[in-house]
Write a new protein. Sequence first.
Length: 178
Amino acid sequence: MKGIILYMSKYGSTKRYAEWLAEETGFDCAETNKAEFEDVKKYDVIVLGGGVYASGISRLSFFKKYYEELKDKKLIVFCAGASPYDEEAFRKLREHNLTGKLAGIPCFYCRGAWDMEKMTVMDRGLCRMLQKAVAKKDPETLEVWEKALLEAGTERHDWTDRSYLAPILEEIRKTGSD
Ligand SMILES: Cc1cc2nc3c(=O)[nH]c(=O)nc-3n(C[C@H](O)[C@H](O)[C@H](O)COP(=O)(O)O)c2cc1C
């Protein structure tokens, strides 16, 4: 079974998870933007990881674009966000991102990191704006990601942890025994 892990990571946590996964599985690993479809289609298992930015999983478009040609392979998605894991919030995130033909693809959550100093000027501005807007809301009504945004503040956090990979590795192992 040949596999590849593709990732899109602006600030490094999705990349870290992709590299850990590659270590655990022996699969190849590449940036989604640099991967050639002709190479990717040679693999039996394709794991696509993306950071979560404004509720969107980045570069899922790779699976959308090539779905017809990849649909008989084992496809897996994982994403890294700053919010703590919450079943209901993750269900909504999946529904929002894995639409149409992608809906059946298994998707997993890994908690990433938060460092406003590292962000681009645009991203920092956007996050500051969101924090200000959320701070004005009634705390009782906040969504999980809104609470996380406020709690993260301007401090640096790193929640990356290899244990988030366990269900992804389990899903890959299942494929091997199918
Ligand atoms: C502009 C921007 C928007 C973000 N939006 C979300 C979000 O909607 N939900 C979330 O959980 N995390 C959000 N985050 C936090 C990132 O998902 C988190 O930092 C993650 O670790 C990024 O992955 P990366 O390090 O691979 O880039 C956002 C970060 C930025 C910079």
